[in-house]
Design a protein around this ligand. Structure first.
Ligand SMILES: [Cu+2]
Length: 163
């Protein structure tokens, strides 16, 4: 990857992960009522997964809540998806009032705890949306943990506003 490509991706990435608008916040409220898609692996489950997709030329972002009902902490170390080309773990942080995205190597969910991947914070960065990434469709995402376990969850694909 040359530096021009990298810069372009970084910019696109920031756009794809803009903080939720007021409208999104309202829509997320209704999403709580949607059926929970969960796949347990050692007491760990994925709740309310979704992909925020804009257009194919821009990275999409994956959001969900990781719930750990187990007695020990779990460490998410990566993800992959047939809908994404490449998936990275990212975190958006506000620096001097500006949103900046950074790569994270892993994310730990404490025992009997949960962690949300949500607009403005942690997210899966789906670098190259594929043809199966379309609003109304779903893509499978495999979450990988430090203990060698994986969870495959179905992520419904929604537009920028969460619909
Ligand atoms: Cu990102």
């Amino acid at each position: 990857m040359n530096s021009t490509t990298r810069t372009r991706r970084k910019r696109a990435c920031r756009r794809a992960n803009r903080p939720a608008s007021a409208l999104t916040a309202i829509l997320l409220g209704t999403a709580v009522l949607a059926p929970t898609l969960a796949a347990a692996a050692g007491g760990v489950s994925v709740e309310k997964p979704w992909m925020r997709f804009i257009i194919k030329a821009r990275p999409a972002a994956g959001y969900f809540t990781l719930k750990n009902d187990g007695d020990s902490a779990v460490e998410l170390t990566g993800a992959s998806s047939s809908g994404c080309g490449m998936v990275m773990l990212h975190q958006t942080k506000q620096v001097n009032g500006v949103d900046r995205m950074m790569m994270v190597k892993s994310v730990t969910v404490p025992a009997h705890g949960s962690l949300s991947f949500a607009p403005g914070g942690y997210h899966l960065m789906c670098m190259e949306p594929q043809n199966n990434m379309a609003i109304g469709a779903s893509v499978p995402v495999i979450l990988k943990f430090a203990n060698g376990k994986t969870i495959t969850a179905t992520f419904p694909v929604k537009g920028p506003g969460g619909m």
